[in-house]
Design a protein around this ligand. Structure first.
Ligand SMILES: [Ca+2]
Length: 161
C-alpha cells in the first residue's frame, strides 16, 4: 500500500481530499507500482444543490491510469430524489449519465455506489480502456424547484490496467 497526498487542479477550495494507491503483489516498496493499480479518491463538498440548477464538484486523478473498472460512491441528502439528474464526466472526455430525473420516482436521499448498490442509467463499463488521468466532474442537476438537498460527498474507485 502506498499513500499519496495529491492536490486537485485549479478548481475551488479543497474541503476534503484523500488518495491511495494500492500495488498488489509488489513486494518492493521502493520500486515502481505494478501494472495493476487501484486509485481511490473522495471529496466531501457538503454543498447545497441549486434548486433548480446544476451543482458540480471535481477531483483530479494524478497517476497514469487506463481504466479497467470504475465505481462511483455518492452521498446526496435530498427531499425528493426524483428531481435529480446525475452526470459523471471523465477526463477521456466522456459524460456518463448515472441517474435521470423522474417525476414518478419515490424517495429522498441518493446514497450508495454505482454500479454496486445503485444502478446507473449508462454502464460504467463504457469507461473501460479510457484514460483516467485528469479531471473528473460530478454534476447534479435539480430539475424542479421546491424540494432541495445537499451534495454531501462522492468518490471514485478505479482499477487500472
Ligand atoms: Ca428541487
Amino acid at each position: 500500500m502506498r499513500v499519496v497526498d495529491a492536490r486537485p487542479w485549479l478548481f475551488g477550495g479543497v474541503l476534503a481530499w484523500a488518495g491511495c494507491l494500492d500495488s498488489p503483489g509488489d513486494g518492493n516498496p521502493g520500486g515502481p507500482p505494478d501494472a495493476a493499480t487501484m486509485i481511490h479518491l473522495t471529496r466531501a463538498p457538503d454543498v447545497a444543490i441549486e434548486d433548480p440548477g446544476v451543482t458540480s464538484d471535481s477531483l483530479a486523478v494524478v497517476p497514469e491510469c487506463s481504466i479497467a473498472t470504475v465505481s462511483v460512491e455518492i452521498t446526496i441528502y435530498h427531499d425528493d430524489r426524483g428531481d435529480l439528474e446525475i452526470v459523471l464526466e471523465s477526463p477521456a472526455p466522456r459524460a456518463l449519465r448515472l441517474k435521470d430525473a423522474s417525476a414518478s420516482e419515490v424517495g429522498g436521499d441518493v446514497i450508495g455506489t454505482y454500479p454496486l448498490t445503485l444502478v446507473p442509467v449508462e454502464s460504467l463499463d463504457l469507461l473501460a480502456d479510457t484514460n483516467a488521468t485528469g479531471q473528473w466532474t460530478l454534476s447534479v442537476r435539480d430539475t424542479s424547484a421546491g424540494t432541495s438537498g445537499t451534495l454531501d460527498s462522492w468518490g471514485l474507485t478505479i482499477d487500472c490496467r
